[in-house]
Design a protein around this ligand. Structure first.
Ligand SMILES: [Zn+2]
Length: 218
């Protein structure tokens, strides 16, 4: 009985603190607060994302590889804050070892951030018609910040973190490993440089080459 009451009290305190700070970063205080985040608009901002400029590039350093995650093409998520419930996503993994991509996410297109989700552990952003999730917080990941294609958005959270169904993202992965959850509108296929991802087949292709889940690209 005592324990139960204590837990309730702790939750109340956490909520009050979050409210006083107007914090959007406190883990566990997400739902309603994050809905506000999605609606934040700065004066003079365009009402929607600028159109992506040119063909998207792969979101990692050229000359290195990332592994196409075991979930294949899956739900992008973030519908409550960004209305992206129909969007799809892929996971792109690396451990940063030789030949594997270093921990540095590149903008697949130029654009301006028009959505930020920050739960205090990781940050997800929406920019140029893409979602980039599981980033570590940095000063550039704010609404209105613009990136050119290939600019570094930031680094990814390594190892296991977060809780499914809560906050801005979660992952169950080995220490030292990191992955980008990259979301995009649901179309037949999407081109990244010389690779094309077929969304219904969940296969990447470049000429006669194919990559399926758990394989490395290139
Ligand atoms: Zn994912």
């Amino acid at each position: 009985m005592t324990t139960k009451l204590k837990v309730v009290a702790d939750q109340s305190i956490a909520l009050v603190k979050a409210h006083k700070k107007k914090s959007i970063t406190l883990a566990g205080v997400t739902g309603a607060v994050l809905l506000v985040v999605g609606a934040v608009m700065l004066p003079g901002m365009p009402a929607s994302s600028p159109a992506p400029s040119g063909t998207p590039h792969l979101p990692w350093q050229s000359g290195t590889s990332m592994q196409y995650g075991p979930s294949g093409v899956h739900e992008a998520g973030y519908d409550p804050i960004w209305g992206t419930g129909g969007w799809k996503a892929v996971d792109l993994l690396s451990d940063g070892s030789t030949g594997h991509a270093p921990n540095s996410v590149k903008a697949v297109t130029g654009g301006t951030i028009d959505g930020v989700c920050d739960d205090g552990t990781t940050v997800a952003v929406k920019m140029g018609g893409f979602i980039y999730a599981h980033l570590l917080k940095n000063d550039r990941l704010v609404i209105g910040h613009s990136f050119s294609q290939g600019d570094e958005l930031g680094q990814l959270k390594t190892g296991t973190f977060g809780t499914k169904g809560k906050g801005c993202g979660y992952a169950d992965q080995s220490p030292g490993w990191f992955h980008l959850h990259l979301g995009f509108p649901n179309t037949d296929s999407i081109v990244f440089g010389d690779w094309t991802l077929n969304l219904s087949e969940e296969v990447w292709r470049r000429g006669n080459e194919t990559r399926k889940v758990n394989q490395w690209i290139p």
